[in-house]
Design a protein around this ligand. Sequence first.
Ligand SMILES: [Zn+2]
Ligand SMILES: [Zn+2]
Length: 345
Amino acid sequence: MKAEKELIKFTKRGIYCPQGKFYLDPWYPVEYAIISHGHADHARWGMKRYLCQDDSKAILQHRIGADIKIDSLPYNKSKTINGVKVSFHPAGHVIGSAQIRLEYKGYIVVFTGDYKTQPDFISQPFESVKCHTFITESTFGLPIYNWKTEKELQEELQNWVKTNQANNRTSVFLGYSLGKAQRLMSLLDGCDDIYVHRAIHNLNNAISNSGIKLPKTTLLTADFDKKELQNKIVIMPPGLLGSRLLKRVPNAATAICSGWMQIRGNRRWQSVDAGFAVSDHADWNGLISAVRASEAEQVYVTHGSQAVFSKYLNEIGIKADELITEYGDDKMIEAENESENLETS
Ligand SMILES: [Zn+2]
Ligand SMILES: [Zn+2]
């Protein structure tokens, strides 16, 4: 079927829908951008108009600007834009993350943005959507990636905290302010008091103010009381590894939480005490099950292991092509974290 060529075009600015006259997560400023979720490589500055899922609205306003022109829709409700039916469906990646479904003259395209098929305690669980063309991410598109269940992770993280407490150590988790931080809060809820860095605290406030309930946390002020913090839990962005703030934490045991931790000896993170494979993305089996459930006749594989994953899909009889995009791995999110001037806040 040629129709999909007419419904989406891969351009220099991003994935474009000519009929609808809008882009999906464009990487350069455009008139009208439909956004899958609030991470910096997907929700960028400078669009004349934004459309996102309801729970992402406050996140985008917080990160891009309170004065942006932005509309939102709940999950599974559609809006027709220039004859194209547009709807958002849970992607299970971070709060507010959505797959974007487009329908035009009976032809359906689904753009996943980032997604995770395994349910967690905080984001709306992934729902598969049938379509003709499925555009999937592939961040962890290698067979070595295979996540634990949320229950298993919870036990692992809480046990680590308990061991630290027995040794009179304060548990410090390093995780990005959008996604990983709220996930860690939900995994550690009830274990002990959780202190969060100001970047996380401010984002949490924006999320809570939009009506989403988050686990209870306390702001880690710059002049925190060392005695009060002793043996507690702290969550801060990874950009603060090696910072003065972290050095002041009494007897800190540090942990990095990332899907990359599944591979041992990740050299970058040798200075931390522990690594936990907590990922916001689908693992190998999750990606395959999502592709199969879409029943798509054409799959495009974007950021991550697109060469390996698209080759594998073709081998199992699913027509797939690589699609080069400018969605980042974690690099852009890190750059953003650094630019937030974390030390002074
Ligand atoms: Zn993301
Ligand atoms: Zn992404």
